[in-house]
Design a protein around this ligand. Structure first.
Ligand code: FES
Length: 212
């Protein structure tokens, strides 16, 4: 019988590796420790989140309203300033108005064609003049009554003769006259940048009428 501790060459067999004893902690080099898994964050309370969102929305809304109001106010102030600085450039009608040729006007007639531009053109006693259509009481616009040959104010009853002189009602003074001249093309030109008042003796100024 052969010896189990020797091989066929007669040299002793290497002794088998003894099994690792159970219950022994393995070496750290054999298996590196795994990092600890992060703990899941605790869920925020739903009620707190909703309240914070509501407050943030409220503050945002008020801020937006305040900002819009401020912007609108600044814009209005800017427009008001521009309107104050350039009143004629932006909205005023032209001061000079062509009203046709002198021979188109009949003696003793009031032409109302330019009434919407605050002008009556009148030919009377050999002169043509341009009357303002603004009542000298409180600024209403009188009407020319052809048969009665007078301007009658519908507001408080003031009356003015064809010359513009006040003779009834509360109007304290005559209608005003605009400057009038013959233009380069022969047409009459009324200039509303200059006015003439009878009570100041200005109707005798040659710029206030045209002789025909
Ligand atoms: S506004 Fe013309 S009478 Fe008063």
């Amino acid at each position: 019988m052969s010896d189990p501790n020797t091989n066929i060459t007669g040299t002793p067999n290497p002794s088998p590796t003894p099994p690792a004893p159970t219950g022994v902690t393995p070496s750290p080099a054999a298996a590196p420790p795994k990092p600890a898994a992060p703990k899941p964050a605790a869920p925020a309370k739903a009620g707190g989140k909703t309240r914070r969102f509501f407050l943030a929305s409220l503050v945002g809304s008020w801020f937006a309203i305040a900002w819009t109001t401020l912007t609108a106010s600044l814009l209005a102030m800017t427009l008001g300033t521009v309107r104050f600085l350039f009143p004629n450039v932006l909205s005023e009608p032209p001061a000079r108005v062509k009203v046709g040729f002198a021979d188109q006007y009949e003696e003793g007639k009031v032409v109302e064609r330019y009434k919407d531009q605050n002008i009556w053109v009148v030919r009377y006693n050999g002169v043509i003049y341009a009357l303002s259509t603004t009542c000298t009481h409180l600024g209403c616009t009188p009407n020319w009554l052809e048969r009665e040959e007078k301007f009658k104010c519908p507001c408080h009853g003031s009356g003015f003769k064809i010359t513009g002189i006040n003779f009834e009602g509360p109007a304290p003074r005559p209608l005003e006259r605009w400057a009038i001249a013959v233009g380069e093309d022969g047409q009459l030109v009324v200039d509303k940048s200059k006015k003439f008042q009878q009570e100041r003796g200005e109707w005798s100024n040659p710029e206030s009428f045209i002789k025909v």
